[in-house]
Ligand binder design. Structure first.
Ligand SMILES: C[S@@+](CC[C@H](N)C(=O)[O-])C[C@H]1O[C@@H](n2cnc3c(N)ncnc32)[C@H](O)[C@@H]1O
Length: 274
């Protein structure tokens, strides 16, 4: 079971903030520690302030239900706040699987696989986890909700120590594959599009007709084309920026509701039916 007392978390944050951080890192830390969503996440025992983005998305778009068990996939899970939200807002019999390049501390009631979503082998492991043997059968589309918050800064403070980033998967170091924000707007945008496309491929393979998807994107010129791809797969697609998403950040979320019944090939998803 995962346990982090709010005192410990607050203490680590305050200790970080009191070190001699100068310039932009000092300003970032002090803003982070004083931020209303950070404070709330400590009180409510969420692993990060990101929890409140998903809570607001769920309030508006009703991704989760307590009425029936759901199968939920959390891409880019670390440290695990979105999975905690899914756990709290769904039926106790729901199955939640998180995937991340980084290792995490276990989150109660959530399964975890450390891997890169851009690798086909990761998709195969996700399929096996949900008991899918043949993706060509419509009955193998078993997942109710796919959510992706992939991208973001490597966090080296209270949530996981930096050594975790260096834990090996096979012989490769995950840091070498981490799609981290560079500050180069175009590169960051294209990296974000790659991760959204990988999320769409997961939806194509595993999401039930009628299922929902939420996906983080960093604004940029390819966003219109990405939205069109989403519209091929889903009945409705909305752009949404939750209050907990910082105004100066280029991120927003695409909330895609009700996967269409007609099956598409990967080519049809990416270039249309011609
Ligand atoms: C902003 S964090 C997610 C925060 C999470 N939603 C939460 O509530 O705790 C983004 C995560 O995406 C992960 N990520 C980035 N690229 C990835 C990839 N190719 N495959 C798997 N995870 C990836 C990063 O390792 C990082 O942990």
């Amino acid at each position: 079971m995962y346990k982090t007392s709010s005192c410990t978390k607050l203490f680590v944050q305050l200790r970080c903030a009191s070190k001699k951080h100068t310039g932009s890192s000092g300003k970032w830390l002090s803003r982070h520690v004083n931020d209303e969503f950070t404070q709330k996440s400590i009180k409510e025992n969420y692993l990060s302030r990101a929890a409140y983005k998903l809570i607001e998305i769920n309030e508006k778009y009703k991704l989760f239900t307590k009425k029936t068990p759901q199968k939920i996939l959390d891409l880019g899970m670390a440290p695990g706040a979105w999975s905690q939200v899914a756990r709290r807002y769904t039926n106790p019999d729901s199955v939640i699987l998180g995937v991340d390049l980084l290792d995490i501390d276990p989150v109660e009631g959530v399964d975890f696989y450390q891997g890169n979503i851009l690798f086909k082998s990761t998709l195969d492991i996700i399929k096996r986890h949900f008991g899918v043997t043949d993706v060509n059968k419509e009955t193998s589309k078993v997942v109710d909700v796919v959510m992706s918050d992939m991208y973001g800064f490597i966090q080296t403070n209270e949530q996981y120590d930096r050594d975790r980033i260096y834990s090996n998967i096979g012989t490769n170091k995950s840091i070498n594959r981490l799609q981290n924000i560079t500050g180069i707007t175009f590169k960051d945008h294209m990296g974000s599009i790659d991760l959204c496309d990988a999320t769409l491929v997961v939806c194509l393979n595993l999401l039930k007709p009628g299922g929902n998807m939420v996906c983080k994107i960093l604004r940029g010129e390819e966003e219109v084309l990405l939205k069109e791809r989403c519209e091929r797969l889903f009945e409705s697609v909305h752009k949404f920026k939750p209050a907990a998403s910082r105004a100066e950040s280029k991120e927003y979320y695409l909330v895609c509701q009700r996967k269409k019944k007609d099956s598409l090939t990967v080519q049809e998803l990416f270039i249309g039916k011609g």
